[in-house]
Write a protein that binds this ligand. Structure first.
Ligand SMILES: [Zn+2]
Length: 98
């Protein structure tokens, strides 16, 4: 399945991050994204949430990302900071994931 190939590339990118090779990780993310686009696939969750929007690095908590949740009343916000470029992603957590 094409989706497994795209996700497989993303997993390889995470592995590259673990080994400290940020540039190679970005390259793998780009490849996964290009493959997805050429297949006109819907963007898998890992590519929507697991990649820095600013610098395209795979976000791995504790390595390239700092993950926090903040609760305000009924709304829980997920705050993911990219440790590579400092970009802060904010998401609203819903009961049903979109
Ligand atoms: Zn970044």
């Amino acid at each position: 399945m094409a989706q497994h190939i795209v996700e497989g590339l993303y997993n390889l990118a995470l592995e590259a991050v673990r080994q400290g090779d940020i540039e190679y990780a970005r390259k793998l993310v780009r490849e996964a994204e290009e493959l997805r686009r050429s297949l006109r696939m819907r963007k898998p969750r890992v590519l929507r949430r697991g990649v820095c929007r600013n610098c395209q690095v795979p976000l791995l908590p504790g390595v390239t990302a700092q993950v926090r949740t903040r609760r305000k009343g009924r709304v829980t916000k997920l705050i993911i900071k990219c440790e590579v470029c400092g970009y802060i992603h904010r998401y609203h957590l819903r009961r049903r994931p979109s």
